[in-house]
Design a protein around this ligand. Structure first.
Ligand SMILES: Cc1ncc(COP(=O)(O)O)c(C=O)c1O
Length: 422
């Protein structure tokens, strides 16, 4: 099939009629489908039901009673588990509460109020800017916007953020204080930063001496087909003479129960010390019961990898449904393009310019909720109105198939309407 923008008005009108009639049929099914947020399905959650049982012991290896105050930066055995998993020294890890986003917020607040490690608080600056590779994760953008930061869009490439642009921006503008990164299986495109990208980020010259890489490795063990690896960012920043550049985040939200596990922040030696000091003013200590449970359940990094393989076995067919549907409907007509994700939790697609909002609205009207069009850009402002995030993890296989059938029809209607406007 040729590109549809080369078709005549008559051909386009006929195709629109066919798609509209398929759409009306789907509307009558009274569907209630949700592809909006990256949540695990009940069968994935069931893999972690043992997490609901109480721990086998109340006492940790150093004698700490997990029912009581103590171990304010995290249990040593839990730090060791994540040290092995993420290849970060235990001393550079702080284990927090139930999720990583809160640690991102808290550390951003510390940078804003105090500077990290002790430095000039960002609130003393006239303006702060944060680089946002796009498409990206809406909650990252909302977090930085909450502190009044100007959000600067950087385009993504198949190797990660466009590094020529990033290097030029950070070298010339001291108000650029930070940059969001989801280096492995980015949200939403499932892109893996290339080693070249990671090295350039570690060593690039920044006009702001306190510039931070906000390194959210949320999908660091979420392989679907092949286990991709990226170079260790701490080793690279240290080698480049920038040992305090990274704030690294991780959690068990997509390993165990979202918002019901543990989150951690890791940073350079001086920064992690400073974080622990500020945290000690905020809490006497986080809940240690989930920390010990996590250690008991997994024992070591291999235990986590084995568990993730079981999750991948359940997620793989879902990604295949999405990718097969896209391939079948859009490989040759030019109405939709996408980056095949290398792993993670999402599929990011690009409609023809000016068609994303209409596509999402059509799907909603027929009973399928998608992430809001534009959500992958700061302030929901996608300049081309083309980016849509598909979150295939929650629905059952049959619901997902049905949603994709509907989604493809909606993409076609929105695109054909746009082509006929011309
Ligand atoms: C990139 C990214 N970071 C963080 C989170 C949230 O993680 P947590 O539950 O640990 O706050 C998500 C959830 O979708 C995510 O996609």
């Amino acid at each position: 099939m040729s590109e549809w923008n080369a078709l005549s008005r008559t051909e386009l009108t006929q195709l629109l009629e066919e798609s509209s009639s398929a759409y009306e049929k789907m509307k009558k099914l009274d569907l209630k489908l949700d592809l909006s947020r990256g949540k695990p399905s009940p069968d994935v959650l069931d893999l972690s039901n043992a997490y609901l049982n109480p721990p086998n012991t109340n006492t940790t290896e150093d004698g700490t009673d997990i029912r009581n105050y103590g171990a304010p930066t995290g249990l040593p055995e839990c730090k060791r588990l994540f040290s092995e998993l993420l290849d970060i020294p235990p001393a550079q890890i702080f284990i927090g509460g139930n999720a990583s986003l809160q640690l991102m917020y808290d550390t951003f607040a510390m940078l804003y109020l105090f500077g990290l490690p002790e430095g000039t608080p960002w609130c003393k600056e006239d303006k702060i800017k944060v680089l946002c590779p796009c498409p990206g994760y809406d909650r990252h953008f909302n977090l930085a916007a909450d502190f009044g930061a100007e959000l600067v869009v950087v385009p993504m490439t198949e190797d990660g953020p466009d590094m020529d642009i990033v290097e030029q921006l950070v070298a010339s503008d001291p108000s650029i204080k930070a940059m969001w990164n989801v280096p492995l299986y980015s949200n939403p495109q499932g892109i893996v930063y290339s080693n070249e990208t990671v090295r350039r980020l570690a060593k690039m010259k920044t006009a702001a001496p306190d510039f931070k890489l906000l390194w959210d490795n949320a999908y660091g063990v979420h392989h679907i087909w092949k286990a991709y690896q990226i170079e260790n960012i701490f080793r690279l920043t240290e080698e480049a003479g920038n040992p305090e550049r990274v704030l690294y985040f991780f959690s068990t939200s997509k390993i165990l129960f979202p918002g019901g596990g543990i989150g951690l922040v890791a940073a350079g030696p001086a920064t992690i010390k400073s974080i622990a000091t500020h945290m000690s003013k905020q809490t006497i200590g986080y809940n240690k019961i989930p920390q010990l449970k996590t250690v008991e359940l997994f024992q070591n990094a291999e235990g986590i990898h084995k568990h993730m393989q079981k999750i991948a076995d359940l997620l793989r067919p879902k990604f295949e449904i999405v990718l097969n549907a896209l391939e079948k409907e859009f490989s040759e007509n030019g109405l939709l393009s996408w980056e095949t994700p290398k792993g993670g939790y999402f599929v990011g697609v690009e409609t023809m310019d000016g068609c994303a909002k209409r596509t999402v609205a059509l799907a909603k009207e027929a009973g399928a909720v998608l992430t809001d069009a534009g959500a992958t850009y700061p302030h929901k402002n996608d300049p081309r109105d083309s980016s849509i995030r598909i979150a295939p993890t929650y629905p059952s296989l049959s619901e997902l198939q049905q949603t994709m059938d509907l989604f493809c029809i909606c993409v076609k209607i929105a695109a054909l309407e746009k082509l006929l406007e011309k």
